[in-house]
Design a protein around this ligand. Structure first.
Ligand code: ADP
Ligand code: MG
Length: 263
């Protein structure tokens, strides 16, 4: 579905993303992980059109999308969430999602269709669709769900979810991870999930790509990545054993639950 090759982003003399490459199959959940500042959000910004690549290519279904505008990329079926939610504070929750449905649709849709898509997205993210619910009443978990609902309302084929778990407690993290699994299963949406809380991510993803200083240092199945000496050295550190146990539990079909191992 998506091929990223030699993708590079320089900010002045600083290279934030350095010739990275990975493939994504339709229906997969791919985890994009790595320490703070390793280039994960920049990679999302490049795919979603918020930034123009300095080099390399991003091919969606055989078409180059690198350098296209965020609107074009959205209309081609890629939606993204932002690490820091910034909803329209003066609009209700439902209105926020309806705006996304209306402007994110790849053809002109009616107001009532936008409302219908918004209600569907709210149901998927288990947010109340009561027209009176205001954004100010949402806590951290609610704002993250709203971010996800706005992305889903554009009816994407590929969802880029950026650090959906920040600020959530353990139970909320568990629910958020289950939600991404459900979205893939129920809607067939392919997902790239950026997250630094590894225990939760590893429970859900099919494969991982690990970034460090803008470069891919490892990619593959969660089990292989969690045991990769370089990943252990630069990223997992003293949490390696915990993560490896969690991944082993997942392979044996007995998920160990979301251990909030923040790496
Ligand atoms: P991550 O999401 O993995 O934590 P980012 O992709 O946000 O990391 O950032 C990667 C690096 O690029 C960081 O060193 C960050 O400071 C830098 N960076 C990101 N955006 C910009 C920008 N617009 N201008 C300059 N430097 C940036
Ligand atoms: Mg980031």
């Amino acid at each position: 579905m998506l091929q990223v090759r030699d993708l590079t982003k320089r900010f002045g003399g600083f290279t934030a993303v350095d010739r990275i490459g990975f493939d994504l199959d339709e229906g997969e959940i791919l985890g994009l992980i790595g320490p703070n500042g390793s280039g994960k959000s920049t990679t999302f910004n490049l795919i979603a059109g918020a930034l123009t690549p300095s080099g390399g290519s991003i091919v969606l279904d055989g078409r180059e999308i690198g350098g296209k505008s965020p609107t074009e990329v959205c209309h081609m079926g890629i939606a993204r969430t932002y690490q820091i939610p910034r909803p329209f504070r003066k609009l209700t929750v439902l209105e926020n999602v309806a705006v996304a449905a209306y402007y994110g649709a790849n053809s002109l849709i009616s107001r009532s269709e936008a409302w219908r898509r918004a209600e569907e997205a709210l149901a998927l993210t288990r947010l109340p669709n009561d027209p009176g619910v205001r954004v100010d009443g949402l806590g951290a978990a609610g704002l993250k769900k709203l971010e996800l609902a706005r992305a889903l309302a554009t009816q994407p084929r590929l969802l880029l979810a950026d650090e959906s778990l920040g600020g959530l407690d353990e139970q909320e993290m568990d629910q958020a991870a289950d939600m991404l699994s459900d979205i893939r299963r129920e809607k067939g949406i392919t997902i790239i999930w950026v997250e630094h809380i590894m225990g939760v991510l590893m429970r859900v993803v099919d494969r991982c790509v690990v970034l460090d200083h803008g470069e891919v240092i490892a990619s593959g199945l969660p089990h292989d990545v969690a045991h990769d000496p370089k990943v252990v050295e630069v990223y997992l550190g003293s949490d390696a054993e915990t993560i490896q146990t969690q991944v082993a539990g997942r392979r044996a079909g007995s998920p160990t639950g979301p251990e909030a191992a923040v790496c």
